[in-house]
Design a protein around this ligand. Structure first.
Ligand SMILES: [Zn+2]
Ligand SMILES: [Zn+2]
Length: 252
C-alpha cells in the first residue's frame, strides 16, 4: 500500500491511499486545481482515483470534494448524516453511503469507518487494509475512543492528529471559547495525548508514523515530533505532515 498526505491542517486536508493500481482519497479540503498540482508534485497518477471518502463535514475536509468529484467522475463515500450535512458545500455528486462502523471493499482495499469524538454530525476515523497490512487514519478528535484504540492495534502505518501544544494553545491568541472548544472532548488532540496514544499503538512492525493536522497557531513541527519521540523512546522516527506541501509517498 502507498499513501501520501497532500495537505494536512485546518486550511485543507487530503490523504491519498493507493493499492494495486487503484487509489482512494480521504477528504479533499484543497481546490481541485491545487489538488492536481500537489498530486503531480508527489508523482501520483490522478487517473487511478476511484472515490473520495469523507471523514466529517468541516470545510477543511470537504471544500474541494464536489468540484474534484465532478471533474474526475469520482464517487463520494460517506455516512448519511455527513452526506446530508456536507451536501450544500459539495453539491451534486455520485454518492455511496456507508454506515459508521461497517466496512466496505474498494478493489483491493477494505475500508472500515470508526466513530470518533469531534464536533461534527457523525465524524469517523479510518482503518484501511489490504494484503500488505493496515493503515490507521485519525485526525479531528478531542479524545481517542476505546473502539479506535482496539481497531488500531497491529497497524503498519498510523496517521494521527497532533493538533496543538497545550501551553501554546492556552498562551496563544485564540479567544477563550475557541480555546475551550479545541481542548474539549469533541475538539482536537493535543501533542501529549497523541504521543501517549502513538506509544500505546506502537509495535515492532509499525513502519510509518505521520503526525497530522498540526495547528499553525498553536503548535510547531519540532514540538510535535519531540513529544512523539519521547513517548516512543525513539522507537520510530515520526514524519510531520504539512499544510503547504505533500509528504513523501509512504509504502509498506
Ligand atoms: Zn480538520
Ligand atoms: Zn473538524
Amino acid at each position: 500500500m502507498k499513501f501520501c498526505l497532500l495537505a494536512s491542517g485546518s486550511r485543507g486536508n487530503a490523504v491519498w491511499v493507493e493499492e494495486g493500481g487503484l487509489a482512494l482519497l480521504v477528504d479533499c479540503g484543497l481546490s481541485a486545481k491545487e489538488f492536481k498540482v500537489r498530486a503531480a508534485l508527489a508523482g501520483l497518477d490522478v487517473g487511478k482515483l476511484a472515490a473520495i471518502m469523507i471523514s466529517h463535514e468541516h470545510r477543511d475536509h470537504i471544500s474541494g470534494v464536489g468540484p474534484l468529484a465532478r471533474a474526475l467522475g469520482l464517487t463520494v463515500i460517506a455516512n448519511a448524516a455527513t452526506h446530508e450535512a456536507a451536501s450544500q458545500i459539495i453539491g451534486l455528486t455520485v454518492c455511496e453511503k456507508i454506515r459508521t462502523g461497517d466496512s466496505m471493499n474498494l478493489g483491493p482495499l477494505k475500508i472500515r469507518t470508526i466513530p470518533i469524538s469531534h464536533d461534527a454530525v457523525d465524524p469517523v476515523s479510518f482503518l484501511i487494509e489490504s494484503d500488505a497490512g493496515a493503515l490507521g487514519l485519525a485526525t479531528d478528535m478531542g479524545t481517542p475512543t476505546g473502539l479506535m484504540r482496539q481497531k488500531f492495534l497491529g497497524l503498519r502505518a498510523l496517521i494521527l492528529e497532533f493538533n496543538h501544544d497545550y501551553r501554546l494553545l492556552m498562551d496563544g491568541p485564540y479567544p477563550w471559547p475557541l480555546k475551550q472548544r479545541v481542548r474539549s472532548r469533541i475538539g482536537h488532540l493535543a501533542n501529549d495525548a497523541a504521543a501517549e496514544l502513538a506509544a500505546e499503538l506502537h509495535h515492532r512492525d509499525l513502519r510509518h508514523l505521520v503526525l497530522a493536522h498540526l495547528s499553525e497557531t498553536n503548535n510547531r513541527p519540532d514540538l510535535a515530533a519531540k513529544a512523539a519521540r519521547e513517548a516512543l523512546n525513539e522507537a520510530i522516527e515520526p514524519v510531520v505532515a504539512s499544510q503547504h506541501a505533500p509528504t513523501i509517498v509512504f509504502e509498506f
